[in-house]
Each structure stands twice: as structure tokens, then as C-alpha cells.
Design a protein around this ligand. Structure first.
Ligand code: SF4
Length: 393
């Protein structure tokens, strides 16, 4: 206990539980989220991180793909979408165009395509079936991590079927796992302000349970740093923990730092490093049944992501070529980073880089060649922005 050098006495009972490997409760979470002893909670979270993963930090080589940014949900938190009425301002790729966009920087080193979109009222499940089949034909080695719980829920109602049917059809077409977006903060008070037309928190969890029951892994997220309170962050993590106890399919939690630029909430400040690091630590300490915790460099910035590896995080996500969602919200970390740079960010933080696939299986870096997205020199994304809008229907 002494080497934790805690400055807030309220952290002592929390530390006793962490040292004994016991589960923390809501009151513990509120103390962790609200204490001024940032370094104290960092040491506690680091203890758990090193217990789980030693000195290793994972990363992968991946590319994002957003088939459309047209969306009927109009979330106040979002700078990415174009409303349906103004769809000509946005983009909607045909299947062929989406494959061509992916091909700009997918080579044999890329192990994952992260595919998310707006909720487009004309793109039903058959569009995604066709897209996944086409991507698997063109890039058979690439894992397709696609469609958030919100998108799956929307596709089911748009296609007048069940989530079970949607997942089953998409699995047959090539869907390998699901990303964790759309969870935001589950509290209805917050959702009313930031995403009132979107799938509820309760439904998000229900769809996750279906995805896990049908044999797919997924990730989970928490969007913080907007109108939520510390207690609501804690409750969000506890709801994920309950779901994970029941269905067990979450591989990784990604705390997402809110970027207000170009959103309806642009009067709010961006998150500071303190909230970023304290939220990483809180997440690691409360979510004791989700193995991995990501420091998403594209939202945190490279430097905070480095430090986060000592506040509970054990994953930096990936090379992330052609990320558009954070960029639309004024993200300053850029998009597209080389493997060499990612490994530098890990080694300089005194951690050991481990190249992984989407399911956290290690990849031998010497067997992962490539000349663009994963190469030592990051390819420029300056020429890979969205083309002029193309109507699908
Ligand atoms: S956050 Fe997602 S669902 Fe909401 S407006 Fe943006 S793209 Fe649409």
C-alpha cells in the first residue's frame, strides 16, 4: 500500500480491494472519478494493467472505411454525418466504390478493416452483404470489424427483420466482429442531449448480447467529456460490466474523448489530459472483466496515449488510415500513422510493442509485410478523402 503513495485517504479502501483482486463497487468508482489524486489512481490502474498484460502494449495495422456519412439520426455529438435531406453534400459509395476506396491502402500488412457508417435510409442489409462479400473476395486475409450495435439495430428495423437475422446473414457474407461505437453514455438524461434519436442504452446492450450469443466478439466504448457527470461515467462502466458478466463477448473498452468542433455542442471545451488519464484509469479499475483497454491515439493525441500506457491502457489501436469521424470534429492527431511510429510511441513509454490481429492474437511482425498502410513510412491520406457524392439508390 505504501508504495502507491496515495494522497487521498478515500482511495485507501479502494486500493485494499485492488490489491486483494476484489471487485470495486459504484462508490469506489465515484471516488476514483472525482479524486484529485490523479497519480494515485494511475498507480492503481497500472497495477491492474501490469497484472493482466505485463509490459506489453498491443497495436494493429488497420484501415477505416465509411461507406456513407448520410444519416437520419442527427446526433448533437456528431460532426461526421450529413442529414438525409442534404445527402448530396455527403458521400454514399456503391459497393465497387467502397472496395476501391479500401484498396487505396490495403496490402498484405493490413489485418483489419474497421467499417462504420451513418444510418442511411436506403442501405439495407443486402447492401452490406454485397459489400462484405466483395471485400472478402478482394482482401481475403483481412478481418472485417463492421457495424456498431446502433447500425445493426437500424438495419434490422429498416430491413423489417430481427437483429439475429441481420447478424446471421452478415456473418455468412464475411462479418468477423463488431466495433464498439454508439454506446456513448447510457444515461437517458445524457442521451436526450447528445443523441436523442439514437438506439437507447438499454437496446445497445441488448444488441451486444445478441451479437455475443451468435458467436461474434465486439468492443465497447464510452464517450466522455461532454455533458455527462462523473457518476454517469461510473454507471456506464458498471452497465458494461454487468453485460460482460452475462455475455462475455467484449474484447476491449475504448474510452472516447469527445471532440466538440463542428457539432451542436461546440460551445463545450475539448477534454484535458487530466480527464483523459483519469477516465482511462477509472475504466481499467471498474471494468475488471474486459481484458483490453485502448488508448485511442487519434482522439487522445500521441503524447497522452503514451502516458495512458501507465494509467491502465494496454492497446494503442492501429495505424488507422483514412479515419474521418474524429477528423470531422477537429481532431488534431491526424490520421494514418506508420508501424514504426506506433512502435516508437510504445517503446518510448517503456512498454513492449506487440503486433496483433483484431482478436488479439499475436502476429509475427516479420511475416507481416506490406508497402502502404503498415509500412515504415505512413502513406499520405491527403489524397484519400471522400470523393464527390455518389447516389446508391
Ligand atoms: S453519431 Fe452515428 S448515428 Fe449519430 S448522427 Fe453521427 S453517424 Fe449518425
Amino acid at each position: 500500500m505504501d508504495q502507491l503513495r496515495l494522497r487521498d485517504d478515500r482511495l485507501r479502501p479502494v486500493a485494499a480491494k485492488v490489491l486483494a483482486g476484489r471487485r470495486l463497487d459504484r462508490d469506489d468508482g465515484v471516488v476514483i472519478a472525482s479524486t484529485a489524486d490523479l497519480l494515485g489512481v494511475g498507480r492503481l490502474a497500472n497495477l491492474v494493467r501490469e497484472r493482466l498484460h505485463g509490459n506489453r502494449t498491443y497495436y494493429n495495422v488497420n484501415r477505416h472505411l465509411n461507406p456513407t456519412n448520410v444519416c437520419v439520426a442527427s446526433c448533437g455529438l456528431c460532426a461526421f454525418y450529413v442529414p438525409w435531406k442534404e445527402k448530396d453534400r455527403g458521400w454514399t459509395y456503391t459497393v465497387e466504390e467502397a472496395v476501391d476506396v479500401a484498396a487505396r491502402d490495403v496490402d498484405e500488412s493490413v489485418s483489419e478493416l474497421h467499417i462504420v457508417s451513418g444510418l442511411h435510409p436506403k442501405l439495407k442489409v443486402d447492401y452490406y452483404e454485397e459489400l462484405f462479400r466483395a471485400l472478402k473476395i478482394r482482401f481475403p486475409w483481412v478481418h472485417l470489424k463492421a457495424l456498431t450495435m446502433v447500425e445493426l439495430d437500424f438495419l434490422a428495423s429498416l430491413s423489417r427483420t430481427t437483429v439475429e437475422e441481420v447478424v446471421d446473414r452478415l456473418k455468412k457474407a464475411g462479418l468477423d466482429s463488431c466495433p464498439g461505437g454508439g454506446a456513448e453514455i447510457f444515461a437517458p438524461r445524457v442521451r436526450e442531449q447528445i443523441c436523442d434519436h439514437k438506439t437507447s442504452g438499454e437496446r445497445w446492450l441488448e444488441v451486444a448480447s445478441i451479437v455475443h450469443r451468435l458467436g461474434l466478439k465486439s468492443n465497447c466504448t464510452m464517450l466522455y467529456g461532454h455533458v455527462e457527470r462523473a457518476e454517469e461515467r461510473v454507471d456506464h462502466l458498471l452497465a458494461l460490466r454487468v453485460q460482460q458478466d452475462a455475455s462475455g463477448g467484449f474484447q476491449c473498452l475504448i474510452p472516447l474523448a469527445f471532440h466538440p468542433a463542428n457539432t451542436e455542442l461546440d460551445h463545450l471545451p475539448s477534454t484535458g489530459g487530466r480527464l483523459d488519464l483519469q477516465t482511462i484509469a477509472l475504466s481499467r479499475l471498474m471494468l475488471d472483466n474486459v481484458p483490453h483497454l485502448k488508448a485511442y491515439w487519434i482522439m487522445l493525441g500521441e503524447k497522452v496515449a503514451q502516458v495512458a500506457q501507465h494509467f491502465g491502457a494496454n492497446d494503442l489501436d492501429g495505424t488507422i488510415h483514412d479515419e474521418r469521424i474524429t477528423q470531422a470534429a477537429g481532431g488534431s492527431a491526424g490520421t494514418g500513422i506508420s508501424r514504426r511510429r506506433l512502435e516508437f510511441l510504445i517503446r518510448e513509454a517503456d512498454r513492449i510493442p506487440v503486433l496483433r490481429d483484431t482478436l488479439y492474437r499475436e502476429i509475427d511482425p516479420s511475416l507481416s509485410g506490406g508497402s502502404s498502410a503498415g509500412s515504415d513510412v505512413a502513406s499520405s491520406t491527403a489524397d484519400s478523402g471522400p470523393p464527390a457524392s455518389v447516389a446508391v439508390s
